[in-house]
Design a protein. Sequence first.
Length: 66
Amino acid sequence: MKKITKIEVPRQNTDSKLLVAAYARVSTDNTEQLASLSAQRTYYEKLIRSNPNWTFAGLYYDEGIS
């Protein structure tokens, strides 16, 4: 009779949180674009911090002047 070996798959830690970062960018330095950059930064940081399964890893942004 053949021997069967069952290989157990290790359980993933369900308590671990996902590290999440955001990147925001605008392409000009006009006033409307800079206000948009501020709005993007606020939105993404709030979004990430409000998710209990995520850990806020940072927010990276630039004015990306073309």
